[in-house]
Design a protein. Structure first.
Length: 354
């Protein structure tokens, strides 16, 4: 099998048909399978999938007890037999022809990961999200590969798994799986950063391979009072992973900007729902300041310098200021800084954060 499409689904009867139709259109010279993991659905999802499987032998269905999207994806990874695998969310669609081209690139470049661009869809509105460039990217490569890596990292392109092809043997060899979404935030990013730490051959393909439907994305479209706690749990998990594998220092260039990015997002994400409440901002800032693992990382030699390779000077300066405030636990200054800069930050979030 060349490609396994893994679809975790829970009560997805309203959108699952559209998703399956987009993959079942596959008619290119690569053998595929469609691995549906029914995560304990209680609606008509199971019957819908069974009807599709009866007419398309490429579909395999695995019912499991409700465990959350991450566990369902892990189960799909164990059951699939493709050389490459691709995660698909049940309310989204793929672009089969572009996915086929990604697979051709993966073979040509002997890539462990190929990442594509995508469309961000909201009802009738459709926005194309480009990658920072096209080609191989590397932490230590030629200038073009290194520049692409820093741009990708700055634009948070590690934040999704569904626009990527992963070589299954690479994931299996490095024992890479998803962390439980019920315990952390940004599990896609955590997975991709663990993948990146294993030095994959990673290729960027700036063609849209996926339609990302935003109308049903609940975690980014509502208030989340405990976002700071989940972000800190995610960072703590990543730090522990790096330390257990003795690769913390070599991954500071990823980790330090991630800490600052999640810190800022934890403080501003809920402002549009809660208003600019000083007590809420201070509480979430203090949670970062009191995290022993975060303090240990940002006090490491050269930590501040890892921010100076970010492509945006404004971002570098702002993150550097936040790092100093976290390091010295100046929560009062943090609230003043965010109160003063939020109008600009809100415009940045609307125009840049995808």
């Amino acid at each position: 099998m060349d490609i396994s499409f893994i679809i975790p689904v829970y009560n997805g009867e309203e959108s699952m048909e559209r998703c399956l139709q987009s993959i079942c259109r596959w008619d290119w010279k690569a053998d595929i399978e469609i691995v549906v993991v029914d995560d304990g659905s209680t609606d008509g999802t199971a019957l819908l999938c069974q009807n599709y499987a009866a007419s398309d032998h490429r579909i395999r269905i695995f019912p499991i007890e409700n465990s959350g999207q991450s566990i369902a994806r892990n189960y799909g990874m164990k059951q699939c037999c493709g050389t490459y695998l691709c995660f698909v969310d049940a309310d989204d669609k793929i672009h089969p022809e572009e996915m086929f081209h990604m697979w051709e690139i993966a073979k040509r470049e002997k890539a462990d990961v190929v990442m594509g661009a995508y469309f961000r869809v909201n009802g009738t509105q459709k926005e194309r999200i480009h990658l920072a460039g096209e080609g191989l990217m590397a932490r230590n490569g030629n200038p073009k590969e290194e520049a692409l890596y820093h741009q990708v990292m700055a634009e948070n392109a590690f934040g999704y798994v569904w626009n990527k092809l992963y070589r299954k043997a690479f994931l299996d060899r490095n024992h890479l799986q998803m962390d439980d979404i019920r315990k952390i935030y940004m599990e896609d990013q955590l997975f991709n950063l663990k993948v990146w730490s294993k030095h994959p051959i990673w290729y960027c393909y700036d063609r849209p391979v996926y339609d990302y439907e935003t109308q049903n994305v609940s975690t980014t479209r509502k208030a989340e009072p405990m976002i700071h706690a989940k972000n800190i749990a995610m960072i703590h998990s990543l730090i522990s992973y790096y330390e257990e594998n003795h690769i913390l220092e070599e991954n500071l260039d990823v980790l330090v900007p991630l800490i600052m990015r999640t810190f800022c997002w934890s403080l501003v994400k809920n402002i549009r729902y809660e208003g600019m409440h000083t007590a809420n901002i201070r509480q979430r800032a203090r949670a970062y300041m009191c995290s022993e693992s975060i303090q240990r990382v940002i006090r490491m030699k050269g930590a501040v310098g890892k921010l100076w390779k970010l492509p945006s000077l404004l971002q570098t300066l702002f993150y550097s200021a936040c790092l100093v405030l976290i390091r010295w636990r100046w929560s009062g200054f943090v609230t003043l800084l965010f109160d003063f800069t939020y109008p600009v930050m809100h415009k940045y979030i609307v125009n840049v954060v995808k």
